[in-house]
Write a protein that binds this ligand. Structure first.
Ligand code: NI
Length: 224
């Protein structure tokens, strides 16, 4: 338990591998309480994956970050704070939420647990097509970023190019957009790469869960 909000625990679950060369990946979901396909997709992926395959990576999971928002199906937490902003306050002048402060208190540990890759599962409720955010060190999206995008594109059409909430979207990927999100923060702290996936909230719920699960599986398989 990393901390409590409204007396409810923010859990960090760890599943270490026996292989000393195994990669460290961190998967988070439930930052926004009205985006349920993230946590349900993560659960579906972990329940349905072969445990022998899971043994090849060190997986850590933050299954539900914004518990107070999720319980009532609202985006923000019970203080009306955005749990996925304020990790890098200089970037957008937003102070850290209660959840962000708890996670930032564990910066060194979370950076280590996600040193080879971080994934955060979101939804965009206003859209019927999909896209991802990728934070990487190279000049262009890596093969992993393309695989993550394509894993979603099996289920939904890709959002067209253009400006999206102030971010430049190209071929279904917002690449290295500076903001104060959890995923941008951990990449800056030292995680090799980080991704945020957005299933389309205007689509039916079941394919959104299956798409989230497929993307979690792709992320894990790419680090085996
Ligand atoms: Ni979100």
């Amino acid at each position: 338990v990393l901390g409590y909000t409204q007396k409810k625990p923010i859990y960090l679950l760890e599943r270490p591998s026996n292989n000393v060369f195994a990669k460290n990946i961190l998967i988070a979901s439930g930052f926004h309480g009205e985006e349920p396909a993230g946590p349900w997709g993560l659960l579906h992926a972990l329940e349905s994956m072969d445990s022998c395959l899971l043994d090849t990576v060190n997986i850590s999971v933050l299954p539900l970050v914004n518990i107070s928002g999720f319980c009532v199906g609202q985006r923000l937490n019970h203080h009306s704070e955005n749990p996925n902003r304020g990790f890098l306050p200089l970037l957008d002048d937003v102070s850290a939420s209660e959840e962000a402060r708890i996670l930032m208190h564990h910066e060194v540990m979370l950076t280590d647990l996600g040193r080879d890759g971080v994934l955060s599962c979101h939804e965009d409720l206003s859209r019927s097509s999909t896209y991802i955010y990728a934070n990487e060190s190279g000049p262009a999206p890596s093969q992993l970023a393309l695989k993550m995008r394509d894993s979603h594109a099996q289920f939904f059409s890709l959002q067209g190019d253009g400006l999206l909430d102030g971010c430049k979207l190209n071929d279904g990927i917002v690449f290295n957009h500076p903001d104060s999100s959890f995923e941008a923060w951990l990449h800056l702290c030292g995680a090799a790469s980080s991704y945020c996936t957005e299933t389309p909230g205007l689509a039916d719920f079941e394919p959104r869960v299956r798409a989230s699960a497929a993307m979690v599986k792709t992320f894990i398989e790419c680090h085996m």
